[in-house]
Design a protein around this ligand. Structure first.
Ligand SMILES: Nc1ncnc2c1ncn2[C@@H]1O[C@H](COP(=O)(O)OP(=O)(O)OP(=O)(O)O)[C@@H](O)[C@H]1O
Ligand SMILES: [Mg+2]
Length: 255
């Protein structure tokens, strides 16, 4: 469904490209984790996927069509950012924000859809008129998800979706993502530093280093036997999985 072919991006005055020759493919219902140390090019890559950044070379297609940001059109690739506290307009009600991608619908349909979406992500729909400041971080990330889902995305792109949240609510958000994905069937790309997140969400993993792909394999295979020394080092810094986290997709390995 999503095809990324040999994509590169170099910023002015950088000695090397931020992303260099990345190729990947993603099918519906699958989750790809993008991992790598700080500065590896993870955010640059996903920003290109959602059209916030233009690649210098290479192509990005969805069902064979080039992915472009067209003004006035709701993108089939929706992005969820790290920090839910600044993702929503503080002056508007959360219902207004969730309704943003529903511009083409009638007023009544929009209101109904906002209620349905808030319910879907586990936020009390009667609170649609409240401003973001009266919600917790976990609730805000649920509302951000509701807004992304309003666009009926084919691909949900999440850049560190839980790292700004309390540990106690991280697992809830991961569980929610898993449930929504199985109900709605979208594909997911998740950028994370947290290998616990990889274990829970990812079917496949792409490891980036200095803008280049070090390895790209199933999560099971990668956790069982990382091919690259760089990946082994990344896995060594994995924090222990706290109890109460969702059952991992990839089996637990080691102690
Ligand atoms: N707008 C920009 N202008 C110039 N250089 C940039 C810009 N954005 C990113 N870079 C550089 O590109 C490289 C990759 O950055 P990127 O943000 O993609 O890394 P990352 O893997 O997301 O890191 P982190 O884990 O810290 O978020 C870094 O060297 C960064 O300094
Ligand atoms: Mg980043």
């Amino acid at each position: 469904m999503l095809r990324v072919q040999d994509v590169s991006r170099r910023y002015a005055r950088m000695p090397r490209p931020a992303v260099s020759g990345v190729t990947l493919a993603l099918e519906p219902g699958r989750t790809l984790a993008v991992v790598g140390e700080s500065g590896a090019g993870k955010s640059t890559l996903v920003r290109m996927l959602v059209g916030l950044e233009r690649p210098d070379t290479g192509s990005i297609t969805l069902d064979g069509e080039p992915v472009l940001m067209r003004s006035g059109r709701v993108s089939p690739l929706q992005m969820v950012f790290q920090n839910p506290f600044d993702a929503l307009n503080p002056l508007r009600s959360v219902g207004w924000s969730v309704a943003e991608p529903l511009r083409s619908r009638s007023r009544g349909e929009r209101a109904e859809e906002v209620q349905r979406l808030l319910q879907l992500v586990g936020v009390d729909p009667t609170r649609a008129r409240e401003r973001p400041r009266s919600f917790s971080g976990g609730q805000l990330q649920r509302i951000v998800l509701a807004r992304a889902l309003a666009a009926e995305p084919r691909v949900l792109v999440c850049d560190e979706p839980t790292s700004a949240l309390d540990v106690s609510v991280q697992a809830q958000i991961l569980n929610l993502l898993l449930r929504l994905q199985s109900e709605l069937g979208f594909a997911c790309i998740v950028v994370t530093h947290d290998l616990g997140v990889v274990r829970v969400l990812a079917h496949d993993v792409l490891v980036l280093k200095d803008g280049e792909v070090v390895e790209q394999r199933s999560a099971d295979a990668l956790f069982a036997a990382p091919a690259a020394e760089y990946t082994r080092r990344l896995l060594e810094v994995e924090r222990p999985i706290s109890s109460g986290e969702p059952a991992p997709r990839a089996g637990l390995v080691g102690g």
